[in-house]
Write a protein that binds this ligand. Structure first.
Ligand code: MG
Length: 313
């Protein structure tokens, strides 16, 4: 009864404007209730404050619409369209589950630094068949004891295969003698796409310009920390390289290259943008290019490399 009174208060303005100016009390004791096109037993299911329209019919007009059941009149109500946002608790978690797309299954390396099953092994310590000199000839670097070592004056070596976005694992060692100072001590370098140098240098207690030390993106980015081991010890770079993107029509640089580097397990470059190809003098520049090789620098000191593998991304 209380609910009926509340409903009467709420629908009173509707009653005033309803067809034929029918008054609610004219309808008799048992009018038919219709909410959103459905006959309802009582007003219990009606949210009085959520009604948008209320129409009242009686007599012939009512029975023409709803038959004998409406002999005492009919109240036709419609609800306001729902504008409320469903609560998070009411949502179905399955809607946001992805099952159709599967991540490829690979076998990771047995030990840290071992190549996973989907890696391209560029150098496993046995041969340099995946490499050439800059002229395309067989490399003349020294292959010994599972490592390959720079032969001064022989020039860089580069992969025969060209790459875009990659994950690279590479291990390197500066000469144990620790001879020379600054840039002349255990200097080499890893050039991504043959253009962008990640510096290799003996930076253990060896001062040089900071953006030229081990782990720098040469003359562009200083490493976050100096995680260098002593000369003569093997060191590791794990790298994620994202190639630059160029417009096919205008040749403009759409996105620079990005590089992330871990040095002996420590992050030293955190997704830094590369400003252009490495330059010894002047500012870096971009020129449009496609995929490119990984090149290892001959800077005149016998730096060694081993366990080199890459994953195309
Ligand atoms: Mg270098």
């Amino acid at each position: 009864m209380k609910k009926l009174l509340i409903l009467l208060l709420v629908i009173y303005p509707f009653i005033l404007s309803a067809q034929q100016s029918v008054k609610f009390e004219d309808l008799g004791s048992k009018p038919l209730y219709v909410l959103d096109g459905k006959i309802i037993e009582s007003l219990k299911s009606v949210n009085s404050y959520n009604l948008e329209t209320v129409q009242i019919f009686k007599g012939k007009e009512a029975t023409e619409k709803y038959g004998e059941a409406a002999k005492n009149g009919v109240i036709i109500m419609t609800s306001k369209p729902s504008t409320s946002v469903p609560s998070r608790e009411s949502l179905d978690p399955r809607v946001t589950e992805v099952w159709e797309i599967k991540a490829p299954v690979i076998t990771p390396g047995k030990n840290a630094g071992d190549a996973p099953s989907d890696a391209i092994v560029l150098f496993d310590g046995k041969d340099l068949s995946k490499w050439s000199s800059s002229s395309g000839a067989n490399p003349s670097w020294e292959l010994k004891d599972g490592a390959v070592t720079v032969v001064k004056g022989s020039g860089e070596i580069k992969t025969k295969q060209e790459f875009g976005d990659i994950q690279l694992h590479i291990e390197w060692r500066s000469p144990s003698a620790g001879e020379g100072e600054g840039q002349n001590r255990g200097n080499s370098g890893i050039f991504f796409q043959g253009l962008y140098e990640l510096q290799v240098l003996d930076s253990y207690e060896n001062q040089t310009y900071s953006n030229g030390q081990a782990g720098s993106i040469y003359k562009q980015h200083i490493p976050l920390v100096n995680a260098s081991r002593k000369p003569g010890e093997w060191q590791v770079y794990d790298v994620v390289f994202t190639a630059p993107r160029f417009s096919e029509t205008s040749g403009r640089t759409i996105a620079p290259a990005y590089i992330t580097v871990f040095h002996n397990g420590v992050i030293i470059q955190n997704h830094v943008p590369i400003a252009g190809s490495t330059q010894y003098k002047g500012l870096p520049v971009y020129k449009v290019h496609g995929k490119g090789p990984i090149a290892l620098q001959d800077h005149g000191t016998p730096v060694s490399y081993r366990n080199i593998w890459v994953r195309e991304l």
